[in-house]
Design a protein around this ligand. Structure first.
Ligand code: SF4
Length: 348
């Protein structure tokens, strides 16, 4: 284990080439703010947020479809709390609910099972949003639904995987010299998935945990490997090269890769997960969600999500757009860059 004082000294006194390090994961964005990491870095090391908050990258057409389903007779949309306030191209699920649409909030996808059993005449639609970490839970839900022969549940999927979006960022020339690879996602997927990208683009990846110390050690490793196409694991207690095989197998039983639309990034081949053919009767229409129109055209979420602007550079930040009055998805979730920068006072 590296000595923390020497790590801090190295990062504060670093005087090499300018480094832009992207934290892909929204939980890292929040942990970086919580631990005051930017204030511990040399002015030559810049941390930028990426597209790693699942709510933030969900396109407006997905929210619009949920609103339309929630307004249909005999339907109820079931979702996690943060998705309810994300603006679609017009309104949010919260405002649709205020007009009579049926929307229920839960803490776990499994909560939909007793709801469906209690009201067999209602179609319950789960807003299945998430990355590699959450998808196995939806697979577990599918297992329960099929075993119990419950037929009045549907999934509207906006499930995504990280490596294709990282490839897109690198291929589009995003201003990034290193990546903090997502610790939670790598727990399931393993970090081997990033090795071809590191090699192809000559960029270092550091798999990081979520403590202040863990983040500082990973950032140090990334800076020291500047220009090298390597993947280093700084979270070995939890993450392995191969990941969680059991979770991967369960996911693959019910879901297959597909193109997916990302808010601000458009369609990315192979970056989504949709239900496999034998289970399509459980799908609520996830295959034609291609549009991504923002409710407020001045919102700069698309540039925030790709590291091109900082949240504070958006003219709406903290004025028109606040957690109480979000104009874009990045101000809604606690893992959203704009939310984190505003509520934690992150100034970098
Ligand atoms: Fe969008 Fe609000 Fe962030 Fe601006 S501050 S980019 S409007 S979410």
């Amino acid at each position: 284990m590296a000595d923390l004082d020497s790590v801090k000294r190295f990062l504060k006194n670093y005087d090499g080439p300018e480094m832009n390090i992207m934290e892909i994961c929204g939980s890292h964005t929040a942990a970086i703010a919580k631990n005051g990491i930017p204030s511990l870095l040399s002015p030559k090391i810049h941390l930028i947020s990426g597209p790693g908050c699942p709510v933030c990258v969900t396109p407006s057409s997905y929210i619009d479809r949920l609103i339309s389903l929630a307004g249909m007779k005999g339907h109820c949309v079931v979702t996690f709390g943060d998705l309810i306030r994300v603006p679609g191209s017009g309104e949010s699920l919260a405002s649709a609910r205020g007009k009579g649409a049926r929307v229920a909030m839960v803490y776990s996808p499994m909560d939909i099972i007793p709801m469906a059993e209690k009201e067999p005449e209602t179609i319950f639609v789960f807003a299945a949003v998430g990355f590699e970490t959450t998808t196995p839970v939806y697979a577990l839900l599918m297992q329960e639904l099929t075993e119990k022969k419950i037929t009045n549940v549907r999934l509207l999927t906006a499930l995504k995987t990280m490596p294709p979006v990282v490839e897109k960022l690198c291929g589009d020339g995003a201003p990034v010299n290193g990546f903090l690879a997502p610790g939670h996602v790598c727990t399931v997927s393993g970090y081997a998935a990033y090795e071809p990208l590191a090699e192809k683009y000559g960029i270092p990846f550091g798999v990081a945990g979520f403590s202040g110390q863990g983040l500082l050690i990973a950032i140090t490793g990334i800076v020291k490997n500047c220009g090298k196409g390597v993947v280093k694991n700084y979270y070995p207690m939890v993450v392995s090269r191969e990941g969680n095989r059991e979770a991967q197998t369960l996911t693959d039983r019910y879901f297959e890769p597909a193109p997916a639309v990302w808010r601000g990034l458009g369609m990315i081949e192979g970056s989504g997960r949709v239900l496999r053919e034998p289970y399509r009767e459980y799908d609520a229409g996830s295959f034609d969600l291609t549009e991504d129109r923002q409710a407020n055209p001045a919102c700069r979420c698309s540039e925030v999500l790709t590291g091109r602007v900082r949240p504070r550079e958006c003219p709406l930040f903290g004025k028109v757009c606040t957690p109480m009055t979000p104009q874009g998805a990045c101000m809604v979730s606690q893992e959203g860059s704009c939310f984190t920068y505003l509520t934690a006072g992150r100034r970098d």
